[in-house]
Design a binder for this molecule. Sequence first.
Ligand SMILES: Cc1ncc(C[n+]2csc(CCOP(=O)(O)OP(=O)(O)O)c2C)c(N)n1
Length: 327
Amino acid sequence: MTLPNDVLLDMYRVMLLARRLDERAWVLHRQGKIAFHISGIGQEAAQVGAAFALRRGHDWVAPYYRDLALMLALGMTPRDFMLSLMGKAGEPTSGARQMPSHWSLRSANVVSHSSPVATQACHASGIGLAIKLSGKDQVVLTTIGEGSTAQGEWYEAVNWAAVHKLPVIFLVENNVYAISVRQDKQMAVASAADKAAGLGLPGASIDGLDPIAMHTAMDQAADRARRGEGPTLLEARVHRLTPHSSDDDDRSYRTREEVEAMKSEDPLRMFHDRLAQRKLLTVAAAEALEAQAKESVENAVQFALEAPYPPAADAAFPVFVEDVRHG
Ligand SMILES: Cc1ncc(C[n+]2csc(CCOP(=O)(O)OP(=O)(O)O)c2C)c(N)n1
């Protein structure tokens, strides 16, 4: 499928916005204005390609913490993100009750995930079963890092979806590291997609630095799911261009040369160059998008800095229910 020019430009716009927001979050962390950040820099193309292949607002999504670009593509705003980073009142992902980047967005059927990795895959298969039982034509996308595909929950979720032909797309964003642990210490196969063979569903490994390739693979997987043919396992090969999180120093487990080599394949810059070569993105248009992204990021930062914290009296609600009735 050939994507229209305005869609390609919109993909670039979202990737750029995600990058600038993410970079700003690192600065806020270094300034002591936020406590924690977990970054998606380097994974934007895979996420945006995937999101744009969904019927946004109709399909369901059970994402993982690195999915800032995916969430923006689904309609989350920079203000929502900044409020959640700062734990301010009105932040939509958890009402400031858990760490940032646990996501949730009602308007796009995005369900929040738990901190134990891989549990979102079980949520996705459960939602897939509900969709199948109700006869709707929705699909569920769930994303995960390759290290987390070693978890029992992930195998159970994929197995269940394959057995019952549920409309789920399992997308593995393979950035080679699970914090400090390289892929060859996480799995005995070359690609996370190879795991599909033993579980009875199709699997494919995609260049996750290319949003168009990603979109094509996702589109086919979504069609398959809507036809009732069941789940697909996709691996997007991506780079993690930052440390695992703001609490991590990646100099202890990877060389600067390795990171620099990855930066030479920056998906944002590569997509920019591709669109420019095809004369879809002029210098003026690229500058305008930069200015827009910057303005929207600074506006969100200012808004969140000035926003109040939630009242302390609300801290336990609805975490603990005070009035429990039995029978
Ligand atoms: C069940 C469980 N074990 C350990 C952790 C701590 N933890 C958080 S992220 C992470 C690494 C996950 O790596 P991967 O799945 O490859 O995703 P990436 O962070 O590389 O995108 C670990 C071990 C956790 N949150 N949950």
